[in-house]
Write a protein that binds this ligand. Structure first.
Ligand code: FAQ
Length: 337
């Protein structure tokens, strides 16, 4: 057996009892905390999902970040700057949550830049116009909210708690995107066309953010049994469609799906099928911007090496100094050995 820190325990007979306690905690809808025993599969699944989520936030800074220097006004620049900075913060909370499970942050980054760990497919699409910034806020942050609000009730404490603040910020992000699009829709014909074009390009990739259909989602059953995920991929996709359709009508844009219509009987919208082969291609590294996104992340990591070295040297100096201070304090108090 392993302890909550992944180290081997000398008491294998304790495992069934620990498993029972774990199962009971999950059944009572209580939280698993870092100090608690947990099955290795639970730990691995969480590290996988949280790391992918953290990587998505960090890589997700790039598509909109490209517009910071080109935003059309100081106000738009300040808003965009704040949003992209929030995404960096989300990535950092999430890496910290992964660390509570025994993962090493430097190792996770290596896995990302070597293509051994995934990040969300959505960030592999280009942002050719400023309307893309608005549509990312509206669709991508909107989808992130649908997916992540239930994760505030995820069974792993540090992940669930990090989601609370992240979701508040995503909500601001979603509104700033929608407000930007409302402004553009009140502008010129060219601006309205730009918004519609961005909506056409981002709609299907946004639906793919929720993952493959339930029948093809290998991780869903266990993740839901463990209450890491609270709803299935298809359920969350449906919620996103139901939330977005009235917003599109208010904005005056058309969602590019001829099969989209209200189903009176179900009390929900029917909609078309995303091109799942496209999702597979993008996840396997063949999306329009995969190479460029990872190359940029790798360059930023390498360029930042001196900062990490300086921070490590500074921390060592501080530790040596405080060790020195503690020894001299003890000498003064006459307690040093
Ligand atoms: N892209 O069995 P399932 C954001 C992978 S943050 C890439 O259904 P699961 C904020 C999946 O990992 C956006 N890979 O998997 C923001 C698995 O691969 P593996 C990120 C995908 O984990 C806004 C395989 O396919 N959000 O937007 C995708 O049960 C604006 C089979 O799939 C999160 O990470 C995909 N779309 O469900 C930032 C939320 N879909 O590991 C900047 C947390 C599936 O077995 C600007 N994550 N895969 O090799 C989750 O809720 C889940 O992990 C899912 C996938 C729903 C994404």
């Amino acid at each position: 057996m392993t302890t909550s820190h992944g180290a081997a325990s000398d008491d294998d007979s304790a495992e069934p009892r620990l498993q029972e306690q774990f199962d009971a905690t999950i059944a009572r809808d209580q939280r698993i905390e870092p100090r608690d025993w947990m099955p290795e599969g639970y730990r691995r699944t969480l590290i996988r999902q949280i790391a992918q989520h953290a990587h998505s936030e960090i890589i997700g800074m790039q598509p909109e970040g490209e517009w910071i220097t080109r935003a059309p006004s100081l106000r738009r620049k300040a808003i965009l700057f704040a949003k992209v900075q929030d995404e960096a913060g989300h990535g950092l909370y999430l890496y910290s949550a992964a660390e509570t499970l025994g993962a090493d942050r430097a190792d996770l980054t290596e896995r990302l830049i070597e293509g051994r760990q995934k990040y969300s497919s959505i960030f592999n699409y280009p942002t050719p116009t400023f309307a893309d910034v608005g549509v990312i806020g509206w669709f991508v942050d909107g989808a992130a909210i649908c997916n992540q609000v239930p994760l505030c009730r995820s069974s792993y404490g540090p992940y669930a708690r990090s989601m609370v603040r992240i979701c508040k910020e995503e909500s601001f992000h979603q509104r700033q995107g929608y407000e930007l699009l409302l402004t553009m829709m009140r502008g010129t014909d060219a601006q309205r066309e730009m918004v519609q074009d961005a909506v056409n390009r981002w709609w299907w990739p946004s639906l793919m953010m929720f993952g493959p259909p339930d029948k093809d989602s290998p991780n869903s059953a266990t993740s839901m049994a463990w209450k890491i995920k609270r709803h299935s991929n298809d359920e969350l996709r449906q919620r996103f469609v139901d939330m977005t359709v009235p917003q599109a009508a208010k904005l005056g844009v058309t969602l590019p799906d001829p099969e989209l219509r209200w189903n009176e009987e179900r009390g929900r919208h029917d909609f078309g099928t995303p091109d799942w082969s496209e999702l597979k291609r993008v996840i396997s590294g063949e999306g329009p911007c995969n190479e460029e996104r990872v190359a940029r992340r790798r360059a930023a990591h390498e360029d930042g090496a001196w900062v990490r070295e300086a921070a490590t040297a500074h921390a060592a100096k501080q530790a040596a100094r405080s060790g020195h201070t503690r020894v001299s304090q003890k000498l003064q108090e006459g307690t040093a050995a």
